[in-house]
Design a protein around this ligand. Structure first.
Ligand code: ING
Length: 323
């Protein structure tokens, strides 16, 4: 029996700060309806899919910050997605800002959930690699305050047996770090779902948009290839209140090849039949981790956080007698 999942990557165009969740829901439900007509079984929405990318804004008032978060999931705004999932027998991935009380303490995460075909939340992931900074940085062309608004995720990178295979999740900046994929690869992941909101330009350099797109794709293609896994990367794209987000949403095969790619900066659905058994060959040959990895040499990867170069070469001792 083949293990093929028909997957839809549902890129979203811009969400302006003034737009409410209801207007976004209309757009997401339209993409789900379109996907249903194409036999999609799993639709993947972006990171922070319900609102504008609010970490670009410096906010001092906690109530103003918390208005961007969901304290329940599902909730009144998002319930229609869960209803559609059940009606269409279509699972979905959704990124959102999660506010959760634990032991009387409020925690705020950049979160993604995977909802199954019955409309139940089957999996949750909280973003671990938070890019940017926590305080206003006057040297940047624009702010990227994820370290201010979110805590580092506390769930690790689990994988789940669902949709007939082994699925995992990562969020945006996670896709740039090989460790994210490898932790899931070491659990046999066959499909990684990744939403992203990525500025089209660098806030600290004149890096070109085409170079940014190259980095976007090479990161996910490498993760897919080196872990013999499908990778679904889905953008929220376009110009949000004058700030440009990149598109380039893709469906990437375990070979690292891009099999489908969005061409617009708006709401756009791309679809592929993802055969999970396409992971098997590489997992049993070139990336048979048990046969080839040498963990006894990998210690630095978990022992050391920042790079430590070797000491500077000592300057020749000028006082020493010349040869
Ligand atoms: N956005 C960006 C990302 O990692 C970024 C931030 C862009 C960091 C480019 C480094 C280089 O795609 C989010 N939301 O993580």
């Amino acid at each position: 029996m083949t293990r093929v999942i028909t997957v839809g990557a549902a890129q979203l165009g811009p969400i302006q700060r003034a737009e409410d969740r209801t207007s976004v829901m209309v757009r997401m439900l339209a993409l789900m309806a379109k996907a249903r007509g194409r036999g999609v079984e799993l639709i993947v929405f972006p990171e922070l899919a319900l609102t504008t990318f609010f970490p670009r804004m410096l906010m001092e008032d906690q109530a103003e910050v918390d208005a961007w978060f969901e304290s329940e999931m599902p909730n009144a705004a998002t319930q229609p997605l869960f209803d559609a999932a059940r009606e269409y027998a279509m699972g979905f991935h959704l990124g959102y800002a999660e506010l959760v009380e634990k032991g009387g303490v409020t925690h705020r995460y950049n979160t993604a959930i995977l909802v199954d075909k019955t409309g139940n939340i089957a999996a949750k992931y909280r973003k671990i690699h938070l890019p940017g900074h926590a305080e206003f940085d006057p040297d940047r062309k624009f702010q990227h305050l994820e370290k201010r608004y979110f805590e580092v995720g506390d769930l690790g990178w689990p994988v789940w047996r669902t949709f007939g295979g082994v699925l995992g999740m990562a969020i945006c900046n996670d896709r740039r770090w090989p460790e994210s994929y490898r932790v899931m690869g070491l659990q046999g992941v066959e499909m990684v779902l990744i939403g992203y909101n990525t500025p089209m330009v660098n806030s600290q350099s004149d890096e070109s948009p085409h170079l940014r797109m190259f980095h976007n794709h090479i990161s996910m293609q490498a993760g897919a290839y080196q872990n013999a896994s499908w990778v679904i990367g889905v953008a929220k794209a376009g110009r949000e209140d004058g700030n440009d987000l990149m598109g380039g949403s893709v469906i990437i095969a375990p070979t690292g090849e891009i099999v489908a790619q969005c061409r617009s900066l708006g709401d756009e659905l791309i679809i592929a039949d993802c055969d999970l058994d396409a992971c098997n060959f590489a997992k049993s040959t070139i990336f048979d981790f048990a046969a080839h990895r040498r963990v006894e040499h990998y210690g630095l990867i978990t022992e050391r956080t920042g790079a430590v170069p070797p000491p500077e070469e000592s300057a020749p001792d000028e006082s020493a007698p010349k040869a």
